[in-house]
Design a protein around this ligand. Structure first.
Ligand code: GDP
Ligand code: IMO
Ligand code: MG
Length: 445
């Protein structure tokens, strides 16, 4: 299986960083294809915690090529800061193990500023963005006024294009938002030194990854955010500005869709969301607070407390279907230890009608009443368990029940933040077909 898509199947923060790091051992390339430094992917190895924002989570494994594809919105200062931080901690990073697409769009100061000003402008209707300039950068990409990494490498082109972009953005900043304009010469100066620093990493990463795939290398695609934050299929407008699942790979990594061999979603044993927008199984009460404290559910990028609730089988089923997932991985099962009773949303009631399908329109999603089923919890510490059969009976029952509801095999369980805290269950991409490994069958292929 030379290529594998690993993506978030909820509202982000499902534990993708940990799982990508785990799979990286058997990969040759680890490729980010969307999002930007709005992501916060946590990897814990030997008690050392790393939070990666832009750089793929394969970077901690020596000898892997980590790629930031053309679909990523790149903040060049954050990119360089992250490299410095990794080097300071003894991780080797250079132009051989880290590649940056020359076609990736660049986030500038005006994107960050406009992100924040737009949120203020929206008032009650704010999205609760990470304030990292993601939306405005993708908006400029679509409007064809953005600058790409290649533009930064060409001083003359860079000056002309940034001057033109800032003239328009400053009009917006001043006349719509009533704020002081950005100083063009200061911005030109600040970014002028970037070319020399970015050049060793920059290249045609799409061609590099396609060539690697053709020569039999194993390619792991690292999704950021989650399916329910997808700009097309998520809870629009409370979403991020990219396609987060396997659907984002062809355009965001310049990789042919037919060459995506497998797709695996990641979902927690419960559910979280950070920022505004609908969240049907949210528990804005003592239960949610208890999940937050037990799971340390505070944003890896912004530190904001995450909204917490029960596992939503309707949403995860939808997420896996969108990316044609072969199966999924359940993380944070350990967090539900000692809860007494655990609920799972197995369907929705909307205006008196019951459904097991995700509704496409925001108005319906906002009126959803989840239909819950209760499960018994367990009290034993499961963080040291490494085999499914060694889990307490109630934990096994919970996993199997959720698996049946979602209708796609759970290929692995995660029972703690450390790289080693996993319970393999059926096949991973090292071995054969996952469909045979667990009940429920694959949703595709
Ligand atoms: P990502 O954005 O999907 O990579 O997820 P985040 O890193 O933002 O958030 C996941 C959090 O859960 C991090 O603090 C991880 O260290 C932690 N984590 C990952 N897997 C597990 C698990 O199985 N159990 C527990 N308790 N924590 C986990
Ligand atoms: P990872 O990759 C969770 C959310 C923000 C906000 C919305 C739009 O760590 O799972 P943006 O700054 O992207 O314009 O914000 O999306 N959001 C995330 N939530 N995890 C993330 O990334 C997120 N990236 C963005 O909170 O609701
Ligand atoms: Mg995160």
């Amino acid at each position: 299986m030379p290529s594998l898509s690993v993506f978030g199947a909820q509202w982000g923060d499902e534990g993708k960083g940990k799982i990508i790091d785990f799979f990286s051992e058997n990969a040759d390339y680890v490729v980010r294809y969307q999002g930007g430094a709005n992501a916060g992917h946590t990897v814990v190895v030997g008690g050392e915690k790393y939070v990666l924002h832009l750089i793929p989570s394969g970077i901690l494994h020596p000898g892997k090529v980590n790629v930031i594809g053309n679909g990523v919105a790149v903040d060049p200062f954050k990119f360089l800061e992250e490299i410095d931080e990794l080097r300071r901690r003894g991780v080797a990073v250079d132009g051989r193990n880290l590649r940056l697409s020359a076609q990736a769009h660049v986030i500038f100061e005006h994107h960050r500023l406009i992100d924040q000003l737009s949120e203020r402008w929206r008032g009650e209707g704010r999205i609760g963005t990470t304030g990292r300039g993601i939306g405005p950068c993708y908006a400029d990409k679509a409007a064809r006024t953005g600058l790409r990494v290649a533009d930064l490498l060409d001083p003359e082109r860079y000056r002309t294009r940034l001057r033109a972009a800032l003239a328009e953005k400053n009009a917006l900043i001043q006349r719509v938002h009533g704020e002081a304009p950005l100083d063009l010469s200061a911005e030109l100066e600040r970014c002028g030194a970037l070319a020399g620093k970015l050049r060793p990493f920059a290249g045609d990463t799409g061609a590099e990854v396609r060539q690697a795939y053709r020569s039999g290398k194993r390619i792991l695609f690292e999704g950021a955010q989650g399916a329910m934050l997808d700009i097309d299929s998520g809870t629009y407008p409370f979403v991020t500005s990219s396609n987060t699942g396997a659907n984002g790979i062809p355009s965001g990594a310049s990789f042919p869709p037919r060459d995506i061999d497998r797709a695996i979603g990641i979902a927690k044993a419960y559910c979280t969301r950070v920022g505004e927008g609908p969240f049907p199984s949210e528990q804005a009460n003592a239960i949610g607070n208890r999940i937050r404290e037990a799971g340390h559910e505070y944003g890896a990028t912004t530190g904001r407390p995450r909204r917490c609730g029960w596992f939503d089988a309707v949403a995860v089923r939808y997420a896996l279907e969108l990316s044609g997932a072969d199966g999924w991985i359940m993380t944070n099962l350990d967090v539900l230890t000692g809860f007494g009773s655990i609920e799972v949303a197995v369907g929705y009631r909307i205006d008196g009608r019951e459904t097991r399908s995700w509704p496409a329109d925001l108005a319906s999603i906002e009126r959803v009443e989840p239909l819950y089923e209760s499960h018994a919890s367990w009290t034993e510490d499961i963080t040291g368990v490494r085999s499914f059969d060694d889990l307490p009976r109630a934990a096994r029952d919970y996993v199997e029940r959720v698996e049946r509801e979602v209708g796609a095999p759970i290929l692995m369980l995660s029972v703690g933040p450390e790289r080693s805290q996993v319970i393999p269950r059926g096949a991973t991409w090292k071995s054969a077909s996952p469909a045979a490994a667990a009940p429920g069958g694959a949703t595709r292929r």
